[in-house]
Design a protein around this ligand. Sequence first.
Ligand code: ADP
Length: 176
Amino acid sequence: MRSTLTLVQGDITAQAVDAVVNAANSSLLGGGGVDGAIHRRGGPDILAECRALRAGHYGRGLPTGQAVATTAGRLPARWVIHTVGPVHSATEDRTALLVSCYTQSLRTAAELGARTVAFPAISAGVYRWPLPDAARTAVTTVRAALASDPTAFDEIRFVVFNDRAREAYEAALAEG
Ligand code: ADP
């Protein structure tokens, strides 16, 4: 089956998918926005695995643009894939790091055998990435990854919280 791209307006923690992507920060120890919601709803097992990652391979934290998986705890998913988006900068183009969040998350998902993956609008919250560009980067990067391996997944789902984000993704999806 070929992968389909879908858009859902709702809460990322409510998605029944194989893997939910977390817009984490490099500490891996929780934060606001998507990160806070995932830890709140997913329960303490996710944080316990994040702490173990910090005690092991990721002693200095998870670098921006990289991805790592843990259990999804009590979420209706099997795994959480934590990735750290770049903070938007007006003086430096950090798009490559945002692209890397999507490609590394998909690579991690494929390694796990996940067939359905839900992405939030990485960097578009506390990290201030302008929504139209965050949406365009998300859509074009996932499309390019799927083009190179069309049967790797069943569904890649973009999950947006509000009307403004939904409109930005609708526009990005209509472009290509
Ligand atoms: P970042 O720190 O990478 O900017 P945030 O979590 O602050 O990440 O926000 C990323 C995007 O996710 C924003 O567009 C925000 O509105 C949205 N968002 C926040 N909470 C949720 C949630 N529970 N489900 C889906 N999207 C959410």
